[in-house]
Write a protein that binds this ligand. Structure first.
Ligand code: GLY
Ligand code: MN
Ligand code: MN
Length: 359
């Protein structure tokens, strides 16, 4: 990743220091700027200027760090780490930090080591840069989308009466990892029957019965990048209500997707989809936003929402996921991932969007 992109939005910073925490305070900027696709790099740091990125890490991660081709400084003791930090920042007075991922204990430690610097928050600059994906990032997201799209096909072929929601969720994870995912990109949602009326339902022990709706919201992580897909099926023959609900959501998705294009407002895409649902018998039952940005985070940045004034740009990646939810009856969501282009969008999730009746 070219570090200049971050400085494009943070011109006041002479240098940026990224301090990597533990698994509870991972700063994905570390991976964004180095491209390393394995490891946690706990206790490591990045020294970043518009011209270069240097990795300061312990011997634990030395080999992974060297594979990046970037300059690597290795420490064994905390005193060595602190000496490197002082040396790296020598001559720089204004240093950018990613306040949104930095823990207070690391910040206080830094103040003790280099008390003479002026620190400023560059978290907004980082998130702005991350919204527009590079070719390498798009390649990874495309692969995550391919894996997810194929995995749902093979999963459906294995769904049987009496399986629990949790069993189906583990099947999806198995299929995705078999196809090359490093892990699911978030906890898979599998909801049978009326459980599908809860958008963020967690799978449980409910057993699959004939004519149940089967909603599966899942994604693959590939080299740290995510896909996010939802498909809603019927186990058996769909009744009139299930068909009508599905067709309404599908039409809303078509209209929402058609409104995605560079230099258009995300609000308008949301509205285009929402109007379809609000002009149907499901008025008011689309109870979330149309979509969000996708990248190293599943919810990378807000994108398509009535409450968010936001112009889309080429090479952003967003989800388009309308849904209808009727308590005690059930719900339908159809979710796909698109790359925003100057002409419109490039649909990268390829699983069929027609209503599938699982036999
Ligand atoms: N899986 C959560 C979402 O679709 O945003
Ligand atoms: Mn999803
Ligand atoms: Mn989503």
């Amino acid at each position: 990743m070219d570090p200049k992109r971050i400085f494009d939005y943070a011109r006041e910073a002479e240098a940026i220091l990224i301090l990597q925490g533990n698994e509870n305070s991972v700063d994905k900027t570390f991976f964004y700027l180095t491209g390393v696709d394995g490891g946690l790099f706990e206790g490591s740091a990045l020294f970043v200027t518009p011209e270069e990125v240097k990795i300061l890490t312990s011997s634990l991660e030395e080999e992974s760090a060297r594979r990046t081709g970037l300059e690597v400084l290795v420490y064994n003791r905390k005193s060595e780490y602190e000496k490197y930090i002082k040396e790296l920042l020598n001559g720089y007075s204004t240093v950018g930090l990613n306040y949104s991922s930095l823990t207070l204990d690391r910040y206080k430690d830094l103040l003790r080591v280099v008390p003479d610097k002026e620190f400023l928050d560059v978290s907004v600059s980082i998130s702005e840069a991350r919204k527009i994906k590079t070719k390498e990032e798009l390649d990874r997201i495309r692969e995550a989308a391919r894996i997810g799209s194929e995995a749902i096909g093979t999963t459906v072929g294995k769904i049987r009466e009496g399986m629990t929601e949790s069993e189906v969720a583990s099947l999806v994870a198995y299929e995705m990892m078999n196809l090359g995912a490093s892990e699911p990109s978030f906890s898979t949602i599998v909801a049978f029957g009326d459980n599908s009326s809860m958008p963020h339902y967690s799978p449980g022990n409910r057993k699959l019965k004939r004519n149940d709706t089967v909603l599966i919201d899942f994604g693959a992580r590939y080299k740290r990048y995510c896909s996010d897909i939802t498909r809603t099926f019927v186990f058996g023959r769909a009744d009139q209500e299930q068909k009508e609900m599905y067709e309404t959501v599908y039409e809303a998705q078509r209209k929402g997707m058609e409104a995605v294009r560079a230099n258009r407002n995300g609000k308008d895409a949301d509205l285009a989809a929402r109007e379809v649902i609000d002009h149907s018998k499901y008025k008011g039952r689309f109870i979330h936003s149309l979509g969000h940005g996708l990248g190293m985070d599943v919810h990378d940045h807000p994108a398509l929402s009535p409450n968010y004034d936001f112009n889309l740009k080429a090479n952003m990646v967003v989800t388009v996921e309308p849904g209808v939810y009727v308590p005690k009856k059930g719900g339908v969501r159809i979710e796909d991932d698109v790359i925003v282009t100057e002409e419109g969008y490039d649909l990268i999730t390829t699983a069929t969007r027609d209503l599938v009746e699982i036999s």
